[in-house]
Design a protein around this ligand. Structure first.
Ligand code: ADP
Length: 326
C-alpha cells in the first residue's frame, strides 16, 4: 500500500525563470484535485529555514500563469549548505505537517533537496526551472523557450541595423557554462558565428572567417556569444576581432532581460505538464526524482543523476549552424 501524501510544500530556488509561476499553479491545483493540502514557501530554502510558509488555495494562484518571475520569490541560501540549516528547514516542515516538497529550480536546488531527503527523510520531487537548459534528465527546462525568443527578437533587431550600417554586431546571451541559448538563438538568427563554453574558441579563426565572409560579399555579420564562451565575454571578443580584422564592431549584452517577461506558450504548457506530473508521482509514492520531458513524454530521473551526469549540447545543431553560416 503506497503512503498517501497529505500536505505538499512548494518552493522556487536558484535563478528565476519565466514559467515558474505556471509550475506553482499546476502544483497547487493538481494537489487540490488530489485532495492534498499545499503550502507555498517563500524565498526558497531561506524561507524554509525562517518558517515563511503560507497555505495556497486554488484562487491564490489565479492570474499568475502569464506572469514572469516567481510569486514565491527565490533566493540563494548559505545556511542550507550546512546540515544544521537543513535540520531547521525540516523542523519547519514537520511543525506545519508538510510531508513532501516540490522544488522548482536547477542543479544546486536538487543537491540541497537530495540532502534534505537523505538526512531528514523528507520526500522531494524536483521540477526543472532554468533558462540555461543545462539540466540533465530533461530535453528542455522551464524558461528556456521564453529566453531564446526574447534573445532572438533582440538579434533580429540588431541585424536590421547591422545590415544598414555594414557592421559587425556581437550579441552576448546568458550561459556561463552552457551554450544552449547561444546555439538556438544563433541558428534561428542566422548568426555568422556562435561562441559557446563547450567548444574551445579560437579568436584568430573567428576573425578569419568573418573576413572571408566579407570577401564573399557579406556586408554585415552577427556573432552570438554565450557569456562563458571566452574570458571577458563578448566585449573581449569585440576587442580581439577589431584588432585582427579592422571591422567596426558593436557589442550588445542582453543580460537579465532574457529572464523577464511573460512566459511563452511552450513554457506555460511545459510548466503545467511538469507541475501536474510532480504531484501525481509524489502521490504514487515516487520521490527523490526530478520530473522531465523527452521523446517518451514525461519521465522521472533520480535526483543524483541530475548533477552527476552532464547534459550534452546538441552536436547535430552545432554542425548545422556551421554549414548554414556561409
Ligand atoms: P540552481 O538551483 O539554479 O542551480 P543554485 O546553485 O544557486 O541555483 O542553488 C540554489 C540553492 O540551493 C543554494 O542557494 C543553496 O541554498 C542550495 N544548494 C545548492 N547547492 C547545494 C549543496 N551542494 N548542498 C546544499 N544545498 C545546496
Amino acid at each position: 500500500m503506497v503512503r498517501r501524501v497529505k500536505h505538499i510544500g512548494v518552493l522556487t530556488s536558484g535563478g528565476d525563470a519565466p514559467g515558474m509561476n505556471a509550475a506553482i499553479r499546476a502544483v497547487v491545483r493538481t494537489a487540490i484535485h488530489e485532495d492534498i493540502e499545499v503550502s507555498g514557501i517563500y524565498r526558497g530554502y531561506q524561507g524554509l529555514i525562517d518558517g515563511e510558509l503560507r497555505p495556497l488555495g486554488a484562487r491564490s494562484v489565479a492570474n499568475i500563469i502569464q506572469r514572469g518571475g516567481t510569486i514565491l520569490r527565490t533566493a540563494r541560501c548559505q545556511a542550507f549548505f550546512t546540515a544544521e540549516g537543513r535540520a531547521r528547514a525540516a523542523e519547519t516542515l514537520r511543525e506545519n505537517g508538510v510531508d513532501a516538497l516540490a522544488v522548482i529550480g536547477g542543479d544546486g536546488t536538487y543537491r540541497g533537496a537530495a540532502l534534505l531527503a537523505q538526512e531528514q527523510g523528507i520526500e522531494v520531487v524536483g521540477i526543472p526551472g532554468t533558462i540555461d537548459n543545462d539540466i540533465y534528465g530533461t530535453d528542455v527546462s522551464i524558461g528556456f523557450n521564453t529566453a531564446i525568443n526574447i534573445a532572438l527578437d533582440a538579434v533580429d533587431r540588431l541585424r536590421d541595423t547591422a545590415a544598414s550600417h555594414e557592421r559587425l554586431f556581437l550579441v552576448e546571451v546568458m550561459g556561463r557554462s552552457s551554450g544552449a541559448i547561444a546555439l538556438y538563438v544563433g541558428v534561428a538568427g542566422g548568426a555568422e558565428a556562435i561562441l559557446m563554453p563547450e567548444i574551445p574558441v579560437d579568436l584568430d579563426q573567428v576573425a578569419d572567417s568573418l573576413v572571408a565572409a566579407q570577401t564573399r560579399g557579406k556586408t554585415s555579420s552577427v556573432v552570438v556569444v554565450a557569456e562563458g564562451a571566452v574570458e571577458g565575454g563578448a566585449m573581449a571578443v569585440q576587442r580581439a576581432i577589431a584588432e585582427r580584422c579592422g571591422y567596426e564592431a558593436r557589442t550588445t549584452i542582453l543580460g537579465h532581460v532574457q529572464r523577464g517577461g511573460s512566459p511563452s506558450t511552450r513554457d506555460r504548457v511545459l510548466a503545467s505538464r511538469l507541475g501536474y506530473t510532480a504531484v501525481k508521482r509524489l502521490q504514487a509514492g515516487e520521490h527523490g526524482v526530478m520530473v522531465g520531458i523527452d521523446k517518451r513524454g514525461t519521465v522521472t530521473v533520480p535526483l543524483q543523476d541530475v548533477w552527476t551526469k552532464t547534459k550534452e549540447i546538441d552536436w547535430e545543431l552545432v554542425e548545422i549552424a556551421h554549414v548554414l553560416a556561409v
